[in-house]
Design a protein around this ligand. Structure first.
Ligand code: HEC
Length: 163
């Protein structure tokens, strides 16, 4: 009887854990090696409080895409195939005598397309790492998708190819 009670209590706990685990979409756990050699898509500088994202995203950012994603960018396409990966890397904007250059790295963010694994978060896996390498996304739908949903016709991708 006692074993049965402990057993059922354990089952209940495991069921709750499984349920809690499902309520948040999964996230990629590693920044892919070699992203720095991918195709450069575009660059932006958020340099003043005139921009609503200055607090969180102030600085110089570059966007890089792997080969399948870069091809879609070039064509301004509407769908990114599974296997597409895009990196957004943000640096402090360092003012060197009136020239902004990339200073210390602040954040590296990643989108990975895998329509099955990441079906709960628009078919994309979302993660970002701070300067110390710590992963900062545990709720991709809540933390990442809000702004990206504004780009439904380009598969949630906001940036555009700079020729
Ligand atoms: C406050 C709005 C906002 C939030 C929240 C946000 N992003 Fe973005 N993100 C943007 C904008 C705007 C761009 C395009 C920047 C450009 O065009 O240079 C972008 C671009 C990107 C890109 C390059 C691909 C693309 O869509 O252009 C990646 C990768 C990315 N974000 C990842 C993330 C991740 C991961 C999160 C969650 C931690 C996140 N973003 C949350 C606004 C946001």
């Amino acid at each position: 009887m006692r074993g049965f009670l402990i057993g059922s209590a354990l089952c209940a706990v495991l069921a709750v854990m499984a349920f809690a685990g499902q309520s948040k979409a999964p996230t990629p756990d590693k920044l892919p090696a070699g992203w720095r050699n991918w195709t450069h898509i575009t660059t932006g500088v958020i340099y003043s409080e005139k921009h609503p994202l200055f607090g969180a995203f102030g600085g110089v950012h570059h966007i890089y895409a792997n080969a399948p994603a870069a091809e879609v960018y070039r064509k301004n396409g509407a769908r990114y195939p599974d296997g597409s990966q895009i990196v957004f890397v943000l640096y402090e904007a360092k003012d060197v005598d009136g020239m902004y250059v990339a200073g210390k790295k602040k954040v590296t963010a990643l989108m990975v397309k895998d329509s099955r694994r990441y079906r709960q978060s628009g078919g994309w896996g979302w993660q970002a790492w701070d300067a110390s390498g710590k992963a900062i996304v545990n709720d991709p739908v809540g933390q990442c998708m809000g702004c990206h949903r504004a780009s439904p016709n380009r598969d949630l991708v906001i940036s555009k190819w700079t020729p």
